[in-house]
Design a protein around this ligand. Structure first.
Ligand code: AMP
Length: 464
């Protein structure tokens, strides 16, 4: 199997735009843009999208994902002077709509394609109505504004043949699911669906299950991650509150942990952890249910050093571009292994050395193994320090005993992993450390009595 994968990677590496079956006008536009060869996501998606199959691409901004879907769509789009659009591209933000429209314009100086971008905010809806009424081939928009235009009868979606949803994870995290469903009701059921998302989330999975037909899925997850500038380690920890104790213990070292981004699985865990940490105003928390003002302040405080610790969920952390993060801590093991790669890519940037720490419970151990398989690297294991109190208290979710992760995993492991921009360093792929099962690790650890001593004493001991 490994041989096959490597071989497909080699093939991908050799592909150029000349190998794509694209019309001269598009080729010339690409040449004008100075692009020498397609990026991995472009190589992986072109022929599949062109064939009309439903498609899911897991790729971050910066991988060339916009052109990955635009090229086959523009290749397929025939000239027409009919007024109603045939291609609908949905994006979560006004900025992304503008970027997509710009990329379409750059690709079409030699083709007659009519495009309009529609989005809300302070923008005048009448100007957008006028642009739509003049007749368009491709409409790009945020869901709410787009839906408003259909309600006012300016925009008719009955001729849509291709639906593209870009940054689906953000879209769903912003609570656009109802708007999306409303829009789906207005477009023909016989259509091609193309989704792009930087991270997989349960919501994205649900949307795929509900609306796509046997989609081909490709993951371009390791785009340029400088794994060799990030040292990684992990701890086996039995539950939430023990994880919080471990975090309190580690973060007491303010020099080592001077700018720490902590990832949690849910908004509930984000708030709960913020309350449990012992560092007062040094801790900020962001997730999509927090007000925009709160989010902006949290990020600013973290950036300028007012707060040392930022707790975030995967999707919300995407929009943050903060430099010099000393450590990324995965408090919860991510459900989708590629999200771990995105997380740790936040540290070790621009030649700086970074550190990534993963906490995992017994239930999360299969997820950790998935991550290691993806990276072809076993994360070095640390013993839980003696000073860390093993908590007996459980969160309501832990008491509920949710479904075994391995069960859910079994259903979801359908995504193919595509090639990355850069191959992992030889150092990382060769380095092997002894793998111990979670049970073995706990057994070894619990030979000693569980310490439930005074937490403050423990902290003092650590600081000495
Ligand atoms: P995106 O991931 O779509 O946000 O694209 C990121 C940037 O990569 C954009 O500025 C694109 O113009 C650029 N780009 C897209 N495809 C290529 C390519 N094949 N070669 C070089 N740059 C590209």
């Amino acid at each position: 199997m490994r041989l096959g994968e490597n071989f497909s990677w080699l093939l991908c590496r050799m592909i150029t735009f000349e190998d794509f079956n694209i019309k001269k006008q598009l080729k010339n536009a690409i040449a004008d843009l100075g692009f020498e060869k397609p990026t991995p996501i472009q190589q992986e998606s072109y022929s599949t999208i062109l064939s009309g199959t439903d498609f899911v691409g897991i790729a971050q901004t910066g991988t060339g994902k916009t052109i990955a879907y635009l090229l086959p769509i523009l290749q397929d789009l025939k000239y027409s002077n009919q007024p109603n659009p045939r291609v609908l591209i949905l994006a979560p933000t006004r900025e992304l709509v503008i970027q997509i429209v710009e990329q379409i314009e750059k690709l079409t100086p030699y083709i007659n394609v009519r495009v309009a971008g529609v989005y809300g905010g302070s923008t005048n809806i009448n100007a957008q109505k006028k642009a739509v009424a003049e007749g368009i081939d491709i409409i790009v928009g945020t869901p709410r504004r787009l839906y408003d235009l259909t309600l006012s009868n300016t925009l008719r979606l009955k001729s849509i043949k291709k639906l593209i949803i870009d940054e689906v994870d953000i879209m769903l995290d912003f609570g656009y699911k109802t708007q999306l469903k409303n829009i789906f009701e207005l477009i023909p059921t016989k259509r091609q669906n193309i989704l792009f998302s930087a991270t997989m989330t349960t919501y994205v999975d649900e949307l795929i299950d509900d609306f796509l037909i046997n989609p081909v899925k490709k993951t371009i997850s390791i785009s340029g991650t400088p794994l060799d500038t990030i040292s990684q380690e992990c701890y086996a920890v039995p539950n939430f509150y023990t994880k919080a104790n471990l975090l309190n213990y580690l973060l007491a070292d303010k020099e080592e942990y001077n700018k720490v981004l902590i990832f949690v699985a849910t908004k509930v865990n984000a708030d709960r952890l913020a309350e449990t940490l012992e560092f007062g105003s040094e801790v900020s928390v962001i997730h999509s249910s927090k007000e925009q003002n709160h989010r902006t302040n949290s990020i600013e405080n973290f950036e300028n050093g007012t707060s040392r610790i930022l707790i975030a969920t995967d999707v919300i952390a995407r929009g943050i571009d903060i430099e010099k993060i000393s450590t990324v801590i995965s408090f919860d093991t991510p459900f989708y292994p590629e999200n771990y790669i995105h997380r740790i890519g936040r540290t070790g940037r621009a030649g700086e050395l970074g550190k990534a720490i993963l906490f995992y419970t017994e239930k999360e151990e299969p997820l950790k193994e998935e991550i290691e398989a993806l990276m072809k690297y076993v994360i070095p294991f640390n013993e839980l320090p003696e000073e860390v109190e093993v908590a007996r208290q459980l969160t309501p979710e832990e008491k509920d005993k949710p479904k075994e992760i391995s069960e859910i995993q079994h259903k979801k492991r359908t995504i193919e992993v595509g090639p990355s921009f850069h191959e992992k360093s030889a150092k990382n792929s060769k380095e092997k450390v002894e793998r111990k099962s979670y049970k073995q690790q706990l057994k070894e650890r619990y030979k000693k009595p569980i310490r439930r001593g005074d937490k403050i004493q423990n902290m003092k001991k650590k600081r000495k």
